[in-house]
Design a protein around this ligand. Structure first.
Ligand code: GLA
Length: 648
């Protein structure tokens, strides 16, 4: 089929794309980018937060000293601008009018009168060229109140006065934080809707009111996902109503409630895991919760692997190998770079990590492409990130505690194996070059990070999996959220090895993946292996920002990890709400089919995969999770030629 045939087919199919279809079809294209772009997060936010350094023992002196250190050390100039107060700032909610009152013994400048105000502090931070962040909870009570054993600086008074969270006070509190106190950033935690069932000891003792839990970290089925999303959306609406300037809305739901799928639609950054700890194993857990989610992040909304622990525990001391790894990985994966260290103690070694401008630049690159996993084993992982100028960054991580050799190939980088590939080590500044492949030695817990330049495998175009920041899985086909089994199970630091181990339900299994089929599987259609593509479930819709490309080509089919019984899939390409091309029904085992469209002038390309089989078999049912349900399909993408003619 040539281009003219595609055009004719597209025109014929346009007849099908009337408003009636749009109304009844859950996959109806919107012609828009629907992930969140409100707020101010075109690149991942950077800054400092009090929690990892001080827990709830936070005060004004510590906050200002850290702010001053950001300025004095030049880190602020590098981009570390947000200075965020975490849990521990509040004294109570005044019963008379519901106003939140600040603990002025710890924040003396807030003692402006009976009302108290953070305005003097935010004014001061703003005058230093910084931005100010505040912390709240989506429930009535905060994490510290519910889970901290020693209760340092927790709210005081009657149980009503201790209800300092947003629940029932969204508009009032958000107005206070943004319009009156002039904060630029809010982190909204979720413990209040998780930890206060009627039989919780602190409820039974009368400290707090019960609130039927909406989140159960051990059970997705027992979690009310729509209700959680609704609560966070309500806060977003209130922020838009009251913010007087740019803002950042940070969701802190620790990967629960399927937030790894919808956080991008609601906030500017969204926690994908429970709390990080200053241990290597825990860092790996948090890392693994973002690794397969490159398509779920982009300019405006980022996966947040939690705040940095660089400088503390296994990321401190004389050997900073692990600290450099932690920092490199957060930078590569576009996690917000929020320092969690007491900056009054900053050493030159730590300054060199936070201040590595070339690594920071990877995180702050304007294309907003989270690094994609190019190679994975339990020992070594290779992450590749495509930068705005088309060049690459690559990180090779040794997860283990023995030295290991890793082979980096041109294929990992999607660079031509025939040309020379130049590598520049961003930790030691050394350069080297190779063709085809190179063997690199990794010390235990080491991450090597390079800028890589060579001949792009796709001159004049870009593969879709090279631009995950411009792809939004608006509908990813997951029907019943399933726990992701690929996340490293570390010893939960606050429990140790008591009990049977952690059973956190980080949903996301089966989501859309770059260069992999869903469930982390190989992209293979009709026996042919593709090393490049997007894997997504049937009944899905991807939105793609088209940054000036004119032609879109794909090779589509049902992935070999699917099932012969799970029905056919039709692939459609839409441009700004108009149908451009559609495949024939593709069945399991059939060879992939080329599909192409002219997308010149199109702003949003939408890629729709419609399952035509028995829907029940497409839905991953918890009881029968296995081969039967691994119904996956593949977009093998893409040559987007800016010259207008690129073959598939
Ligand atoms: C939760 C969050 C942490 C921190 C604490 C404060 O655990 O995940 O980042 O904000 O609450 O109590």
């Amino acid at each position: 089929m040539n281009r003219r045939h595609f055009a004719l087919l597209g025109a014929a199919l346009l007849a099908l794309s009337g408003p009636a279809l749009a109304q009844s079809d859950p996959l109806a294209p919107t012609g828009r980018w629907t992930a969140n772009t409100a707020g101010q997060a075109p690149v991942p936010p950077m800054g400092w937060n009090s929690w990892n350094a001080f827990n709830s023992d936070v005060d004004e002196e510590k906050v200002l000293a850290s702010a001053q250190a950001l300025v004095d050390t030049g880190l602020a100039k590098l981009g570390y601008r947000y200075v965020n107060i975490d849990d521990g700032w509040w004294l109570k909610r005044r019963e008379r009018d519901g106003r939140l009152i600040i603990r002025t013994s710890h924040f003396p400048s807030a003692a402006t009168g009976p009302d108290t105000s953070f305005r003097p502090l935010t004014d001061r931070l703003h005058a230093m060229g910084l931005k100010a962040g505040i912390y709240s909870d989506i429930g009535r009570n905060s994490c510290g109140q519910i889970y901290t054993p020693d209760f340092k600086n927790q709210p005081e008074g009657t149980s009503a006065e201790r209800e300092v969270g947003l629940y029932g006070h969204v508009d009032q509190d958000i107005r206070l934080f943004f319009a009156e106190w002039n904060f630029d950033f809010i982190k909204v935690d979720g413990c209040g809707v998780r930890g206060l069932p009627a039989d919780a000891p602190r409820v039974k003792s009368g400290l707090y009111r019960a609130l039927t839990p909406l989140v159960d970290m051990q059970s997705l089925g027992a979690t009310n996902i729509p209700a959680m999303r609704g609560l966070y959306e309500e806060v977003g609406v209130a922020i838009r109503r009251h913010a007087t300037g740019p803002y950042v809305y940070s969701l802190c739901l620790w990967g629960s409630a399927n937030v790894r799928a919808w956080g991008k639609d609601v906030g500017n950054m969204s926690r994908t895991s429970d709390d990080i700890q200053p241990s290597w194993a825990r860092m790996l857990t948090n890392l693994d919760t973002v690794t397969s989610r490159a398509l779920y992040a982009g300019p405006g909304a980022w996966n947040d692997a939690d705040m940095l622990f660089v400088g503390t525990g296994e990321f401190g001391g004389d050997d900073l190998t692990a600290a450099r790894s932690h920092f490199s990985l957060w930078a590569m994966l576009n996690s917000p770079l929020i320092i969690g260290y007491d900056l009054r103690k900053l050493t030159p070694g730590l300054r060199a990590i936070f201040g590595n401008a070339e690594i920071v630049a990877l995180n702050q690159d304007g294309a907003g492409n989270q690094a994609v996993l190019a190679y994975a084993s339990d020992e070594v992982q290779i992450f590749v990130k495509t930068l705005a100028d088309g060049t690459k960054a690559v990180a090779l991580l040794n997860r283990g505690s023995a030295p290991v050799d890793a082979i980096l190939t041109a294929e990992h980088l999607k660079l031509s194996p025939d040309g020379e590939i130049a590598l520049r080590d961003l930790w030691n500044g050394q350069s080297r070059a190779f063709r085809k492949e190179v063997k690199l030695s990794l010390a235990p817990r080491e991450t090597l990070v390079f800028r890589a330049t060579g001949t792009r495998r796709l001159p004049g175009g870009v593969y879709l999996s090279e631009m995950p920041g411009s792809v939004n899985p608006a509908v990813d086909g997951v029907v019943e959220p399933q726990a992701d089994p690929t996340i490293f199970q570390s010893i939960t630091p606050w429990i140790g090895t008591r009990g049977g181990g952690e059973h956190v339900q980080y949903a996301g299994w089966g989501g859309a993946e770059a260069d992999r089929a869903p469930f982390g599987k190989l992209l293979r259609v009709g026996g042919a292996h593709f090393d490049t593509g997007i894997g997504v479930l049937a009944n899905s819709r991807l939105e793609v920002r088209n940054n000036g490309f004119r032609r879109f080509t794909a090779t589509v089919g049902v992935n070999d990890t699917g099932s012969p019984d799970a029905g056919a899939v039709m692939f459609e390409i839409w441009g700004d709400g108009r149908l451009l091309a559609r495949s024939t029904p593709k069945r399991f085992g059939q060879p992939a089919e080329p599909l192409a469209a002219n997308v010149a002038g199109v702003k949003i390309v939408e890629l729709i995969a419609r399952g035509q089989g028995n829907k029940a078999t497409v839905q991953p049912q918890p009881a029968s999770w296995g081969g039967c349900c691994a119904f996956a399909l593949t977009f093998r993408l893409f040559n987007l030629g800016n010259t207008g003619v690129v073959g598939s």
